[in-house]
Design a protein. Structure first.
Length: 405
């Protein structure tokens, strides 16, 4: 602690010991509440240093408990109490990250840009750039993402270089350079193997490899990556990460042809995301549960998918919303071509999924508008070939051959 607790008033000593006990026991919800209450108590006694430390510890505990809304409240107090410029910058970066978790993507970008422009070159600016990149990626702002990635590469040093490489691999995936993306994520994992505190970062890279394997039509490989990601998230103690992987595992099971993945296994994760106020995680999990429900013959399937679309649209997360709209069409839950066109528009910066949605639109138009279907199929045929997505390439080629006869 910042102060010798033996010199504190008795009520402060008791409050500090209680908060420390919850923290040492990893009881994050109680720890967050205890540290938050200690801020007020310390201020009442005019112990400003203790109030600052209590606010920072409350932020850490609430973030570990995946409670972005509660974290935002404490963060604003921590920022107001800060008397050190670097500490305030770090708290502003945390604010942008919490806004992203809470689905406030526009505000997250705004805060991220403000702190990036106000921070001198160095590790803190690299962290600010990485956080801003996450918001821009969720918003589908690929132009902004490229610019911030260039800034991140300029400022990153030491272990921070891995963050730049991770974002670079994400850009490769979005641009359809799937093999380069896979190599980039694998290199990130290798670079972090000797860093015990990097379990969450390794988990994120493993999850990306799982998503790539699904894109490339290898659900067994995807499941292996998701299993590794689950182990890493368990080590880091972040339940939101674990639940995100459960959604990936469900999609991998469906892609392998399984119809026995019980949708009920995702009830807990969906409820967790909803209760914690994590809309993007909830949207992904509802998509996965909805598809599992459909495969199991449940009438509740489309309610999940519609809820996922609403969550993603409300957060202004086009890649997520477009993906769900495409999946509704692919699984036969929607024949609305306008919705499929909207999916294509929302996925336009995400080449692999944009190409899949465009191929679906071409197939839907082959009888009513053959010239347009041929144009679309010809365009994605080239993209699938370049991306190495052979199954989709063959479908596109067969459609082109059918339409030119």
């Amino acid at each position: 602690m910042a102060e010798d607790t033996d010199e504190l008033p008795p009520d402060l000593i008791q409050a500090v010991r209680q908060a420390l006990g919850y923290t040492e026991g990893a009881r994050w919800a109680r720890a967050g509440q205890a540290w938050s209450e200690l801020v007020d108590l310390a201020l009442d006694h005019e112990h400003l240093d203790l109030a600052r430390e209590a606010a920072n510890r409350a932020v850490d505990a609430l973030r570990r408990d995946d409670r972005p809304s509660a974290t935002l409240q404490v963060l604003r107090r921590a920022i107001a109490l800060a008397d050190d410029e670097d500490a305030q910058i770090l708290q502003q970066i945390q604010l942008a990250a919490c806004l992203l978790d809470a689905g406030h993507l526009d505000l997250s970008e705004q805060v991220g840009r403000e702190v990036l422009s106000a921070t001198a070159p160095g590790p803190l600016r690299a962290l600010a750039a990485d956080t801003l990149a996450g918001a821009l990626l969720a918003r589908g702002d690929l132009v902004g993402f490229r610019g911030v990635l260039a800034q991140l590469r300029e400022d990153a040093s030491g272990i921070g270089v891995v963050s730049a490489d991770f974002r670079g691999a994400q850009l490769d995936r979005l641009d359809g350079r799937l093999e380069a993306a896979a190599q980039g994520f694998a290199a990130c994992i290798e670079a972090l193997e000797q860093h015990p505190g990097a379990a969450g970062a390794r988990a994120s890279a493993c999850a990306e490899l799982g998503e790539l394997a699904l894109l490339q039509g290898d659900p067994d490989l995807a499941m292996g990556f998701f299993d590794r990601a689950s182990e890493e998230w368990a080590q880091s103690g972040r339940r939101a990460g674990l639940f995100q992987i459960e959604g990936g595992r469900a999609l991998a099971a469906l892609a392998s042809g399984a119809t026995t993945f019980l949708p009920g296994l995702l009830d807990g994760p969906v409820a967790y995301a909803e209760e914690r106020g994590l809309p993007l995680l909830e949207a992904r999990l509802r998509m996965a549960r909805g598809l599992c429900r459909y495969a199991a013959g449940s009438a509740a399937a489309d309610a999940d998918l519609q809820a996922a679309i609403l969550l993603a649209d409300t957060a202004r997360a086009p890649y997520m919303a477009g993906r769900v709209r495409y999946e509704r069409h692919r699984w036969g839950l929607s024949e609305d071509l306008d919705e499929l066109r909207q999916a294509c528009d929302q996925l336009s910066g995400n080449q692999p999924w944009f190409s899949k949605a465009t191929l679906a639109l071409a197939r839907a138009l082959r009888h009513t508008d053959p010239p347009e279907a041929l144009r679309l199929a010809g365009a994605v045929l080239c993209r699938f070939t370049a991306m190495g997505l052979h199954a989709e390439r063959d479908i596109a080629k067969a459609l082109v051959d059918e339409l030119v006869r």
